[in-house]
Design a binder for this molecule. Sequence first.
Ligand SMILES: Cc1ncc(C[n+]2csc(CCOP(=O)(O)OP(=O)(O)O)c2C)c(N)n1
Ligand SMILES: [Mg+2]
Length: 570
Amino acid sequence: MDNSHRNSGQEPVAVTLAASLKRHGTEVLFGQSLPSALHLVAPDFDMLQVNYRTENAGGVMADGYARISGRIGVVTAQNGPAATLLVAPMAEAMKASVPILAIVQEVNRDQVDRNAFQEFDHFALFSSCAKWIRRIDVASRVEDYVDMAVTAATTGRPGPVVLLCPADLLNETQRLIDVRSAKLGHFPLDRVVPDPERIAEAAALLAGAENPVVIAGGGVHLSQAVRELAEFQDVASLPVATTNMGKGSVDETHELSLGVLANALGTNSPARYTAEILERADVVLLIGTRTNQNGTDSWKLYPKGARFIHLDIDGMEVGRNYEALRLVGDARLGLKALGEALSQAGLKKRTNARQALVTSIADRKEKGRAEAASVTSSAQTPLRPEFLMAELDRLLRADDIVTADASYSSLWVLNFLTASKAGQRFLTPRGIAGLGWGLPLALGAKVAAPGQRVVAVVGDGGFGHCWQELETARRMNLPVTVIVLNNGILGFQKHAELVKFGSHTAAIDFSPVDHAAIARAAGCNGIRVETGEDYIAALESALGSDVATVLDVITTADAYPPISVFENKL
Ligand SMILES: Cc1ncc(C[n+]2csc(CCOP(=O)(O)OP(=O)(O)O)c2C)c(N)n1
Ligand SMILES: [Mg+2]
């Protein structure tokens, strides 16, 4: 880049853009050189470029980074083909409420609408998967637009946004203005308290209920409300279950935790019997959940006659599937207010009910564990995923982060690992459940938390979407552990077709793939695992390694998670 502008009081727009991002706390750009003008100056602002191999994966890395860091994830891409590859991760972020800023290069301003090289209608492209899309056309407005973009992503219900930057604009020079000073890159940017009158009403309902239950969704993580939820659970003696996305928002070893109650409550599900406590609830407090199909077991899980209270930042989610007392606001502030109101309303009924409730939860957890033991302690070969999860669970520490691919991997992780503290993170792509998320989510999480161990659990089908990022892991020195559940099939697809149609298509089976060799070819460690003993040794070594390690674990093609709709159908 021509640096002759330096010392002239003039700077290219790219410098203003980089300075503005830095002001919002951006330290990392997930990118691949483009827009070049931005990446050439970013190091001057101590911003690291984490260079992805595909935009698909780069967007997911920004997602994993945001979920773990509590800050907006920034991904950059070229116009046209690169931009189109951002659609999948943006769609996930849209549904899962993750703030991502996509800085997408745009053709030169005087070439718009002339079929310029790789010109594409980015507004139309991103219209379904971004909260906000704008193009910066005027150099003097760069700061305004960056601040609007970051605000759009981090205020209210977080989500992805797109800032289109014409290539020629980034090179245009201007006097560096620096008029703005706000730092807006963390989320939630603006915490709002729900209506106090409704809080009092909700507290009265919870205080007087016979069997109240709390359901914590992913919004509890997004709001960083886990401390407040833990206090609320304990002080008010309320049983708390989580949705899939809410996993880890409570300590699952707590005596009042019911585990993940969602779409995998069939035979051998460890939470199968705690679900009975939810079945008889008369008051259900929903927190930060979009009450989606999987989270509610196809809307069958919550008792029909219950009164619902719903605390959520997005008023449109309240009442969508369950008419509820509306508590629209931030989960952290809402829980704090609700806790105080509940203390005033009186905790006698809750306190009196606690001991019996605790015993009932403990009995049910034990019954679920005992039932699942036949699969969790099975050392059969090819190995069972439940056994692999049980051994991983033994080695996991409360600060470890686990990510998963879509398909069965998400369900093994969500249902067979234990959150051993409130706030432990299990990142799963439950927004739109796309394949190929596990590894890039892990890489983004590792960039955000380099001191924490990160494990990705992936299917062989899902991993095939993103092998190439092993080179990224090696090059960027991101030592994550990847457990590939190599069952040789598109498992979920096969079993779902068998359940629905009684047969499956020809697309289900793979030729054998040596994932350990792929890992080694990319400079990572690769270990093929066929027995339980090998697995434990390989896992221990991977968790302690300073190089990304892939365990290619040969698993049985017959195993499937306890998905409720599969029950008695396979
Ligand atoms: C991008 C994308 N394509 C297709 C699907 C549909 N799908 C859901 S599960 C699945 C099978 C995945 O197989 P694998 O990753 O090997 O996991 P397994 O179920 O075998 O453990 C497919 C094809 C999807 N969710 N996402
Ligand atoms: Mg598979």
